[in-house]
Design a protein around this ligand. Structure first.
Ligand code: ZN
Length: 76
């Protein structure tokens, strides 16, 4: 079930935020618990952290975006 827009009360459409990386590599954004720690190998250290898929809803009327990190978490 889609949520209602908190700004104007209209229906919201489900989607996700796309990360457009170098060389046309596409990936989905995620939400991670805690503060970012830099890693030489991977850019950011994710060991022992919980990573959630983010669902973002877009209002069909005013274009407002609202995100939910409610998908099952992955522990690296
Ligand atoms: Zn709206």
């Amino acid at each position: 079930m889609s949520p209602q827009c908190s700004k104007c009360g209209s229906d919201m459409q489900e989607g996700f935020l796309l990360e457009k990386g170098d060389g046309g590599v596409l990936s989905q954004q995620a939400w991670v618990t805690g503060k970012p720690e830099k890693s030489l190998l991977t850019g950011l250290r994710l060991k022992g952290m919980h990573v959630y898929d983010v669902r973002t809803f877009r209002c069909t009327r005013c274009s407002y975006l609202e995100s939910y990190a409610s998908e099952p978490s992955v522990c690296y």
